[in-house]
Every structure is written in C-alpha cells, then in structure tokens.
Design a binder for this molecule. Sequence first.
Ligand code: NAP
Length: 428
Amino acid sequence: MGGWGAASSQAASCSGFPVKTLKQTQYYPGRAPVEAFNVARTPYTHTDTHTRMRAHTQTHIHRHTHTHTQSLSLARSLAIALSPGILVFPPVNSPSSPALEEAPPSVETSPKFLLPQLCSAVPTSGFGKWILQTQVLLEALYLTVDPYMRIMAKSLKEGDMMMGEQVARVVESKNSAFPTGTIVLAPSGWTTHSISNGEKLEKVLAEWPDTLPLSLALGTVGMPGLTAYFGLLDICGVKGGETVLVSAAAGAVGSIVGQIAKLKGCKVVGTAGSDEKVAWLKKHGFDVALNYKTVKSLEEALKVAAPEGYDCYFDNVGGEFSNVAITQMKKFGRIAICGAISVYNRTSPLPPGPSPEIIIFKELHLQGFVVYRWQGEVRQKALRDLLKWVSEGKIQYHEHVTEGFENMPAAFIGLLKGENLGKAIVKA
Ligand SMILES: NC(=O)c1ccc[n+]([C@@H]2O[C@H](COP(=O)([O-])OP(=O)(O)OC[C@H]3O[C@@H](n4cnc5c(N)ncnc54)[C@H](OP(=O)(O)O)[C@@H]3O)[C@@H](O)[C@H]2O)c1
C-alpha cells in the first residue's frame, strides 16, 4: 500500500495542529488563495536535546524545541503550502532550489511555511457533517520519512502533497469497517488530517501488543521490515551458514536484514556511517560492523571481515560502495539490489556501475526488487513473523523519532544525511 506515489487523491486533508486547537468553520474549503493565510515567517525550532522515551522499547526522541530563524537558502527548497491540506515540497533539485547537500544542519524557516496558519481554516468540532457516508476522518499519530521520497518528490508539482504513509486514528467515522478509534495505516501523505473512503486503509495487526509502539507499523513491522524480510529470504534466498554483507546496516531496512540473517544462522557483516551505529550493530549480534567512512580501505576491510567472501550482499546504497563490495563476492553470489541511497541526491551524472568482468566470471546473480511485489497472505505472514520476532525480543528495533509534524522537513533531510539510527519517524 501507499508509499511509492503521490498521496492518495481520495484523501482530502488538512495539515497542521490537532483538530481541537483549530478555530474556524469550514473544514475543506478547497484551494484557497495563498493570500488567505498569514505568510509571516513561522518561528522554526530545532535542538539536539535527546530524550529517551520508553527506554525498554529503544525509542529515541529527537526533540525540536528552541526557536531560531535564519536566511532562506533551504527555504527555497522546502515546504510551500498553498491550500488547506495540500503541501508542496518541491523537488529539492529543481532548478529553483539548492541541492540538499547545501542544506544547513537545521531546517530554516520558509516565509511560505504555512502549517500553523493553514489549520486556522478548520473548525473545532462537528466534523461529522463534513464527511460523507463511507468516509472516515483520520488524525495522524506517526508519519514516516523514507529515502524513496527523495526520488518520488522529483515528479511533484507545486500544489501536490508530499507522499507517504502514516499511522492514524479514526476520529470521525461513517464507515462501519473503520469505527472511531480504529488505528490504521494510511497513505495520506504529509498531513495531520485526512479524509478517506477506507479503500486504501489497512488496520494494524489485530494481535499488536500494547507493549509495542504503533510507530513500528511504519518500520520494523511495516514496509522497511518487509523489505528486509523478502529481500533477504526471497531475493537473496539466504541459507544458514552463509556469509551476508549488508550496507546502511544500521538503518530501518539494514538493521532488520542483519538480524534476520543472524536468526537464520548466517555470519553477518554490516557497514554504517558512524561509530555509534557500528557499536549498535555489534551490540545486536552483527559478527562484524564497520564504519565505511573511516576505514582506510573499504576493499581491505571487507576482505578482512570475511576472508571467505560473501554469499549474499543486501545492497542499500549502490554507487562506489557497491562497486567495491561486489569484488568481495563468492562465485555464484547473490545480490539483492534494494536501494541506491548514495546516488539519490546526486547532482552530477551517475557513477560507473560494477565491473562486468566480476559479474561474469564470478557468475553473480543481481536482482532488483520492490517490496510491494509481495501482497496478500504472504505479506500478512511476513508481518506476523516480524511482529512475533520483535515481541519475543529476537529482533531489536531502534527508532529515531522527531517530535512535531512541522519538523518533517528536518527529519527527511536528517535521514538523507545519515542522522537516523534505525527507523526515522515523526511523531505528529
Ligand atoms: N526496494 C524496496 O522496495 C525498498 C523499500 C524500502 C527501502 N528501500 C531502500 O533501502 C535503502 C535503505 O532504506 P531505509 O528506509 O532503511 O533508510 P535508512 O537506512 O534508515 O536511512 C538511510 C541511511 O542511508 C545512509 N546513507 C545516506 N546517504 C548515504 C550515502 N551517500 N552513501 C551511503 N549511505 C548513505 C545513512 O546511513 P549511514 O550513516 O550508515 O551512511 C542513512 O541513515 C534505501 O536505499 C531505500 O531506498 C528499498
């Protein structure tokens, strides 16, 4: 469901603050002229205060709580809201906007960043009359930022809403399948409120225990977890006793790949971009973890980590890293090409691909895949397996939680800069 396209067109929505704080009398007035809103600079907040929430659940809150305003170089690339519920995050590499690499470490304020103002157009109560039979009104609890958004955003126009899934609560319902209070996964995009006819909603697993945060439905027990599961088990076809290499190993997908490989009895080597991430990987069972940014020679480090070579490589990053990794494969090795985050942000031509000689003479099997291939019962079984492994403590998870819907751009940029350990989540 959701994710790989612009936000569902069936969903009308309002970005901003919780319904109860909103004041006016029309819920979804359609496209309002931008002048209808106060376009004064919104104080933006960012701090590095880190707070542990539910220490036992390994959730990491990245708070954004102090105010600062700066000049507008990033503002040109972010967050233009034109009408209620329609956010525009223009492609960050569009001609009028700077590349993300130029982004400062914290998100600046855009004079067009209208989230608080937008929601002044929403009434405080009586939503029932604004939704039709079969529709529900959703309020976002957790939203996800994912690398694919960097690619998909390139096709958005001003006025489109940024795509993406969220865990939401049904706050008004005229659809008996989704009574008020139901928790769903919704492809509503970057919005705090949306209206759906239920078609693209998915309830979280009935057996979801109270002890696990619902945000995991966007991570370990959601799309990234499924990507790890199917990529490793189906595409790599991993078997016990094999040696597995995983890149971006401390991320949402990679951290689960390595742990499933360990569950299956493999030797696992993971690479990540900071010593903190490397320490986490070692703590959670990776046989070898390397900081690919600080090793003298990646080729040498991968060789030392697995002198026998790698049976499987779960490739999350592509580019130069993978050109080196492929040289360390065993004959008949299998490579699951999951992602290429190292090149999503490029402004120059693609780097050259891997050596054809190596692929030919090692008789490697390289296969790309998209997680949405697996649907129906096989998907449900995978979700149940992941939930069970997490519940039993066989798979550990970590979340990098950014608080506040208005901090979604900061969370997204942070993901692309490698700030997240585990799944990057925004708590609305
Ligand atoms: N095929 C599918 O169906 C599917 C589904 C989901 C995700 N994916 C792909 O899987 C990959 C991982 O996704 P995720 O959601 O788990 O993200 P993630 O790993 O949680 O976060 C992205 C991580 O990528 C690393 N990174 C960023 N820029 C990089 C660069 N230039 N070179 C190398 N690494 C870089 C950073 O970690 P470090 O600090 O370690 O560098 C960053 O933390 C992405 O390529 C994504 O597109 C594919």
